[in-house]
Design a protein around this ligand. Structure first.
Ligand SMILES: Cc1cc2nc3c(=O)[nH]c(=O)nc-3n(C[C@H](O)[C@H](O)[C@H](O)COP(=O)(O)O)c2cc1C
Length: 196
């Protein structure tokens, strides 16, 4: 996929198809991170766990801990973590204080490698930073499901133990351009210290 296509195909995803990606693609994503993601002193101050659904209890627990407003069964939570695969990041003690101090930055870098690599191989992704446990950030990876509830845009909520209406991906898409979670104006955070 060319770079522009990767950018256009990267969309925050909440609803997933049942279809699971080929584990060989997941291996390629892992290798892309390992071979190409830069790391201060090459110490890699984070752990990246990759979960499928073989430990259902663990997956449900992660979902339970992604509440948005309050920890009630009704809270929407973050269904992007219910993806067929979940890449989970948390800091790792490398034994080197300087390297450890880069953990948050490096989790950001590695997660972006996972995202771009997954999209390049035709998969969809969903970020989740709203973890109320020891997870710093996770990336759901799979194939996007439909947004429209009438076309199957629902997901099984393991806390409520029923199908609920999913979060429409289109509401979040292109956060630089739509109204849902709009970015600040470019001039607010990009300072061009050169002449155009
Ligand atoms: C570090 C980080 C954490 C995020 N955490 C969440 C989250 O907890 N819940 C959520 O719905 N979206 C989360 N997002 C996604 C963003 O809110 C936003 O929807 C997304 O970047 C827009 O992507 P798109 O324009 O590619 O669709 C997170 C994004 C980043 C970079």
């Amino acid at each position: 996929m060319d770079w522009q296509d990767i950018l256009e195909n990267k969309n925050q995803t909440f609803n997933w198809q049942d279809k699971s990606p080929d584990p060989k693609i997941i291996e390629k994503i892992i290798d892309d991170v390992h071979l190409h993601c830069p790391s201060k002193l090459n110490k890699v101050p984070y752990t990246m766990e990759i979960l499928d659904w073989s430990n259902e209890q663990r997956r449900h627990k992660i979902f339970k801990n992604t509440w948005c407003d309050e920890n009630t069964p009704e809270d929407r939570r973050n269904p992007q973590v219910l993806a067929p695969y979940l890449f989970v990041f948390y800091p790792r003690d490398t034994g080197d204080r300087l390297a450890n101090s880069y953990a948050q930055i490096e989790i950001g870098l590695a997660s972006m490698f996972v995202v771009m690599s997954a999209v390049n191989y035709g998969l969809d992704i969903g970020f989740c930073g709203a973890h109320n446990d020891n997870i710093t950030l996770s990336i759901g990876v799979g194939y996007a499901g439909p947004d429209d509830p009438e076309k199957g845009g629902t997901y099984y909520n393991p806390i409520l133990q029923k199908e609920v209406i999913g979060v429409p991906r289109s509401e979040f898409r292109r956060s630089a351009r739509n109204d849902a979670e709009i970015k600040p104006n470019k001039t607010e955070y990009i300072k061009r210290l050169y002449r155009l």
